[in-house]
Design a protein around this ligand. Structure first.
Ligand SMILES: NC(=O)c1ccc[n+]([C@@H]2O[C@H](COP(=O)([O-])OP(=O)(O)OC[C@H]3O[C@@H](n4cnc5c(N)ncnc54)[C@H](O)[C@@H]3O)[C@@H](O)[C@H]2O)c1
Length: 349
């Protein structure tokens, strides 16, 4: 049976260009429209991926009847208004991380998706990394037993968006990344959103009940001031999240630090455990390295986020790997760390 061809629109030509690339590789999927305030760039990518329509105003793009779904890859503060508008106009939405800048926004987005009866998926790209999917398969088969603790860390050196990233590059180029009103969070929302999510996903996404945290902006301050850039968002955040069955997740992330750059996720269970960078599983006393992990449960098929979003649109019964409703909890955890840092108190969720 021939499948219906899907027409997709993409707002934002920074990371959004990877959404276009992702859709363009899929059979029966067309990049139909591109939108950006920078019309020249929108035209360039529309041309590259064969999109017929170019817009500056996202509302006009979402008003097109023939569009089936949209990707939203704009500054964080625009995720909620754009997502809600797209859903109201009957489009499925794939929105970039962090899904929203407040839990209230995230809840409104999910309510809009429910009302519209459309998919809302969050581009938690690191969930789709082959090693993450492999470890999750071990979690799902009970290899770790009861997971009681997890630890997650991403420390960069000279990794501030705008300040340290090349202006002509594809990542961290907008000054909005370091403006509180537009980004919502600093390092916590930019890279903490990935690392909290990875550990939480590999713990089986238990329900968070309390959060404590601190945030600092220290190392890059002299350079930010020298370059007359805003000193508004967290450079480093650290926190601990307690879950309903007594599990704990400890996390720290930083855009800059006088320390060794690293990424780490560790999962501690009563039957086994795992590390993610590199992927390793401790199955009781047996240690399984990455190469062995991919063959244990049969041939491993990598999951591409764009293909998965399209598959979710085509099959309403399909379980989404990164659904909007689950992501509300993630935004609550990040918001909890920020609120705890402000008040000096534990935040109950
Ligand atoms: N999943 C990932 O691994 C990953 C990686 C990078 C960025 N991101 C996320 O993607 C989003 C965008 O980040 P980026 O690095 O592409 O930023 P960017 O600043 O490079 O690009 C954002 C684009 O949005 C456009 N834009 C702004 N306001 C607009 C509006 N009202 N209408 C239309 N276009 C508008 C800008 O002109 C710009 O081209 C952010 O939420 C970021 O967190 C995710």
């Amino acid at each position: 049976m021939a499948v219906k061809s899907l027409r997709m629109g993409v707002v934002g030509t920074g990371f959004g260009r990877y959404h276009m690339e992702g859709y363009s590789k899929l059979e029966g999927v067309q990049v139909h429209a591109v939108c950006d305030l920078n019309l020249e760039e929108a035209r360039f990518f529309a041309n590259q991926y064969g999109a017929k329509h170019v817009f500056k105003d996202y509302r006009e793009m979402f008003a097109m009847d023939e569009l089936d779904g949209v990707s939203i890859a704009t500054p964080n503060c625009l995720h909620a208004p754009m997502t809600i508008d797209a859903l109201k106009k009957g489009k499925h939405v794939l929105v970039e991380k962090p899904m929203a800048t407040t839990p209230k926004e995230a809840e409104a987005m999910v309510a809009a998706a429910k009302k519209a009866g459309k998919r809302l998926m969050v581009e938690q790209a690191m969930r789709f990394a082959p090693d993450t999917q492999l470890l999750r398969a071990y979690f799902d088969r009970g290899v770790f037993g009861e997971v009681y603790y997890a630890k997650s860390s991403w420390i960069r050196r000279k990794g501030w968006p705008k300040l340290n990233f090349p202006p002509g590059g594809t990542m961290g180029r907008g000054v909005w990344f370091i403006r509180k009103e537009e980004a919502g969070f600093g390092a916590l929302g930019d890279i903490g959103v990935h690392l909290v999510d990875l550990a939480w996903y590999l713990m089986g996404a238990p329900k968070p009940v309390a959060v404590t945290g601190m945030m600092w902006t220290k190392v890059a301050v002299p350079l930010l001031k020298k370059k007359r850039l805003p000193v508004e968002v967290d450079e480093m955040a650290a926190g601990a999240i307690r879950f309903e069955n007594g599990q704990l997740l400890a996390v720290d992330v930083s855009w800059d630090a006088y320390n060794e750059p690293m990424q780490e996720v560790r999962i501690f269970g009563d039957k086994g455990g795992a590390t993610l960078f590199p992927a390793k599983v401790y199955r009781g006393e047996d240690i399984m390295e990455t190469a062995e992990l991919s063959t244990t449960f049969g041939a491993y098929e990598p999951v591409d986020p764009y293909a998965h979003f399209v598959a979710c649109i085509r099959n309403p019964e399909m379980k989404c790997i990164a659904p909007g409703d689950q992501n509300i909890q993630l935004i609550k955890m990040l918001d909890g760390i920020a609120r705890s840092a402000q008040t000096g108190k534990e935040v109950r969720l």
